[in-house]
Write a protein that binds this ligand. Structure first.
Ligand SMILES: Cc1ncc(COP(=O)(O)O)c(C=O)c1O
Length: 461
């Protein structure tokens, strides 16, 4: 049995953590979890305020998901998807085809969100070479400014977040960029009510002149998560769909964050009645229990890959663990739970509470803005109560707030200076109240501290 001191040491020294400055990393080693609570090796409990990085839907240790996993483990833990299937992967493909919008019916499994995006990009590329009227010159993509689609080189190529992607630019392929439809970035002479038209006009300009070489437009529908929860203006997604149809370009929607109940609907696309050509899922597909992702396509796409073996029309892509039966079993249990929540209208209950709690937080003088959709909340801090003004980046204000919240039993992870609240959908009202109270108090304490430090510095000057 390893001691806690050993675990802490090994976690700091040998476990190289994702998106973490290891020189400053303070180990936090989780031993177990129940519901929305993570419990570390010392027995400290933390409310999982970001759903273990946006993927846990119904809490940890859910009896139905655990039972599905145990049952499947007694059957088979893994079999390849290259040339064979397995019971839960077949059942899951059918379930996803049933619940996905429109005629999205064909499920290609991947291991994580980034690889589902890779898969969608390559699928779109190969489609244009093999469709009824081939257009092999369609080899590029339109992606949004500040997009995030993952960290593999293809998914990073369509990404547009300076902090994550600029360093790797020499390794990435070129894409055509249209600005993120962020209403806050409108020029002063554009009325906010015209935001949708303004951003769609920019996209149309690109499509009108370059559609002959564009394979697909890829976007995160409604909300650009990693960019700091940029909320698109209403109607933008629908407008993109009609432009892609007009200019004969495929639409790939990356619902890796927004899919499966997170926005209050099963899929974000449903908010605007949109059916993409390829829809990517990941993160919460297994309820946050095992890695699994998928790119779901229409028959129009799928049929272009059919032919005899010698035709070489098959999709030349795949992952060893794609369609893993354990992950598929967890996903089936998760979709059962989601459908039950949808039927009982529970998906909308806690989001309303989150909205009103965020409104209260918004009243804090150092909160500049809050945004909210379903169980996704974002909070922006402002250095000046009178005019929205970010804190100097070197203060790492949001990270400090999260550190303070951790001391009071809430685990959060910011996006730059944006605080994110994205707890499991199963969080109770009391737990949500606790989360938001700790967050409010942590904002209060840290912004107060910063103000005192600044005042002290001014006096000593
Ligand atoms: C919108 C979006 N797409 C893709 C990904 C990549 O998923 P993964 O981290 O599972 O590779 C993420 C991860 O946060 C994401 O936010």
């Amino acid at each position: 049995m390893s001691s806690n001191a050993d675990l802490t040491l090994w976690d700091r020294h040998h476990h190289w953590h994702a998106f973490t400055q290891m020189a400053e990393y303070e180990p936090l080693v989780i031993e177990r979890a129940e519901g929305v609570w993570l419990i570390d090796v010392e027995g400290n409990r933390y409310l999982d305020g970001v759903s273990s990085l946006w993927c846990n839907l119904f809490g940890h240790g859910h009896p139905r998901i655990k039972a599905a996993l145990r049952e499947q483990l007694d059957q088979v833990a893994h079999s390849t998807s290259l040339g064979m299937g397995n019971r839960p992967a077949a059942q899951l493909a059918k379930r996803l085809a049933d619940i996905a919008p429109g005629d999205l019916q064909h499920v290609f499994y991947a291991s994580d969100g980034s690889s589902a995006v890779e898969c969608a990009l390559k699928m779109a590329f190969q489609y244009w070479r093999q469709c009824e009227q081939p257009r092999p010159e369609k080899t590029t993509y339109v992606a949004l400014g500040q997009a995030y689609h993952g960290d593999t080189l293809g998914s990073a190529s369509v990404g547009g977040i300076q902090r994550f992607h600029t360093l790797f630019e020499p390794l990435l392929f070129d894409v055509i960029r249209t600005p993120a439809p962020d209403p806050r970035s409108l020029p002063p002479d554009v009325d906010p009510s015209q935001a949708t038209q303004y951003f769609l006009a920019q996209l149309e300009e690109l499509l009108a002149t370059q559609h002959l070489r564009i394979a697909a437009v890829i976007l995160e529908p409604l909300i650009q998560g990693a960019a700091g929860m940029i909320f698109h203006p209403h109607g933008y997604l629908r407008g993109v769909r009609s432009l892609t149809e007009r200019y004969n370009v495929l639409l790939i929607t990356d619902e890796i964050v927004t899919g499966l109940g997170r926005t209050g609907r099963m899929f974000a696309c449903e908010h605007e009645g949109v059916v993409p050509d390829i829809l990517c899922l990941g993160k919460s597909l297994t309820g946050g229990y095992l890695p699994m992702a998928a790119a779901i396509s229409t028959p129009e796409i799928y049929n272009a890959f059919l032919g005899c073996a010698a035709s070489e029309r098959a999709f030349h892509h795949g992952h060893t663990y794609g369609g893993n039966p354990l992950a598929a079993a967890a996903a089936l249990a998760t979709i059962d739970l989601l459908e039950e929540e949808q039927q009982s209208k529970q998906l909308a209950v806690e989001p309303h509470r989150l909205e009103s709690l965020l409104k209260k937080i918004n009243a804090h003088p150092h909160v500049g803005a809050t945004r909210h959709l379903g169980m996704i909340g974002a909070i922006e801090l402002t250095a000046s109560p009178s005019t929205p003004q970010p804190y100097p980046a070197e203060l790492r204000i949001a990270a400090r707030v999260c550190r303070e919240a951790l001391r009071h039993g809430v685990w959060l992870r910011p996006l730059g200076d944006v605080l994110v609240v994205m707890p499991p959908l199963s969080i109770t009202s009391e737990e949500l109240d606790f989360l938001c109270q700790v967050l409010h108090d942590s904002i209060d304490l840290v912004t107060d501290e910063v103000q005192h430090d600044t005042a002290a510095k001014e006096i000593s000057l």
